[in-house]
Design a protein around this ligand. Structure first.
Ligand SMILES: *[C@@H]1O[C@H](CO)[C@@H](O)[C@H](O)[C@H]1NC(C)=O
Ligand SMILES: *[C@@H]1O[C@H](CO)[C@@H](O)[C@H](O)[C@H]1NC(C)=O
Length: 315
């Protein structure tokens, strides 16, 4: 049973003071594929988030294929957050597409470790705990330059309670055709079982239709902080691409007009991904909707309240 999940609780207003957050990358050993323009690898772990390159606190590789940077933590940790300060005085787009990788292997300089996230415009990347001593940032491609002004890494833990387990689920339709007819009941996404194989009977599945949706009723309003989705692993994981997670107090139009918590870009086959809502959303209904035509299949949906609430009222 997945009663609780441990995730980072940083960046929540009001909790900073109480939290024992510690940047474990600070002062750790760092290396990179090459150094140019007096930008050594350690500059990204010096505790200085200055983003003006000319203040001598950023890294700089030469222009090369697949430039990378790596921090070697003193020990392995269950990492939950990586926060990057990009260069600010120019060229911030250079970092777009960089990969964050975490693991314990130094094979290929650590660049084959688990892919955690691809860098876009955000600065903070949060995820379920991934164990590793090495955190790599690599820009795949020809003739790239990697510059980082700071990389902070956190392994802080916090217990969040999944409030979906006691909810009631429904969906737009139930697939009764195909190889596993009737296996896709709506309730399967809140059964505490993340098994991603549809034929094990723990995933949902609608028919192919326009704007298929799935919804859980939490019975009363909660301050929803994050939602985790587990994608199907036995096939068709791309079907979830573009799905919207909506949270709100209204059931009209199946909750499809409630505020958007997050939009799925993609979730690798069989994996669980945590989506922090853009802001904490009050809601009784959590709806996952696929815009356009498609089949909606979810192997688990977990809904987390703001940890602040959990702190005051532990289960
Ligand atoms: C990471 O978490 C897993 C699962 O809870 C645990 O077995 C492992 O020992 C942890 N690793 C570290 C380095 O704390
Ligand atoms: C979606 O499916 C409906 C019904 O089959 C069809 O009429 C419509 O053209 C489809 N829309 C798209 C965007 O494919």
């Amino acid at each position: 049973m997945i009663q609780t999940l441990i995730v980072s609780f940083l960046f929540l207003p009001g909790l900073h003071a109480a939290a024992s957050k510690k940047n474990i990358a600070l002062g750790a050993q760092a290396v990179q594929s090459s150094t140019a323009f007096s930008g050594p690898a350690e500059n990204a772990v010096d505790g200085n988030t200055e983003s003006d390159y000319y203040q001598y606190s950023c890294t700089h590789t030469a222009t090369e294929d697949n430039p990378w940077w790596r921090v070697e933590l003193p020990d392995a940790y269950n990492i939950t957050t990586v926060k990057i300060t990009n260069r600010g005085d120019c060229c911030s787009e250079r970092l777009y597409g960089a990969q964050i990788r975490i693991g314990n292997s130094l094979e290929n300089n650590g660049n084959d470790n688990k892919l955690i996230a691809t860098v876009g415009s955000r600065i903070s990347y949060k995820f379920f705990p991934v164990e590793g001593r090495f955190v790599n940032i690599i820009i795949p491609g020809r003739q790239k330059i990697l510059t980082l002004c700071e990389v902070k890494i956190f392994a802080d833990e916090f217990i969040l309670r999944n409030v979906a387990l006691k909810g009631r689920a429904t969906q737009s339709s139930l697939s009764v055709s195909g190889m596993w007819p009737g296996f896709g009941l709506a309730q399967n996404a809140i059964d505490g079982n993340r098994n991603p194989d549809l034929k094990k009977g723990s995933c949902t599945q609608t028919v192919e239709e326009t704007a298929p949706w799935w919804r859980v009723d939490l019975h009363r309003n909660h301050e929803v902080y994050a939602v985790a989705l587990t994608n199907r692993g036995d096939c068709c994981s791309e079907r979830l691409d573009g799905a919207q997670i909506r949270v709100g107090t209204y059931i009209e139009n199946e909750g499809k007009e409630n505020p958007i918590c997050a939009v799925v870009t993609s979730i690798p086959a069989g994996q669980t991904k945590l989506f922090e809502c853009q802001r904490t959303l009050e809601g009784r209904y959590v709806t996952v909707v696929l815009p356009g035509n498609g089949t909606l299949s979810l192997c688990e949906v977990e809904v987390f309240m703001s940890p602040k609430f959990t702190l005051r009222k532990p289960n």
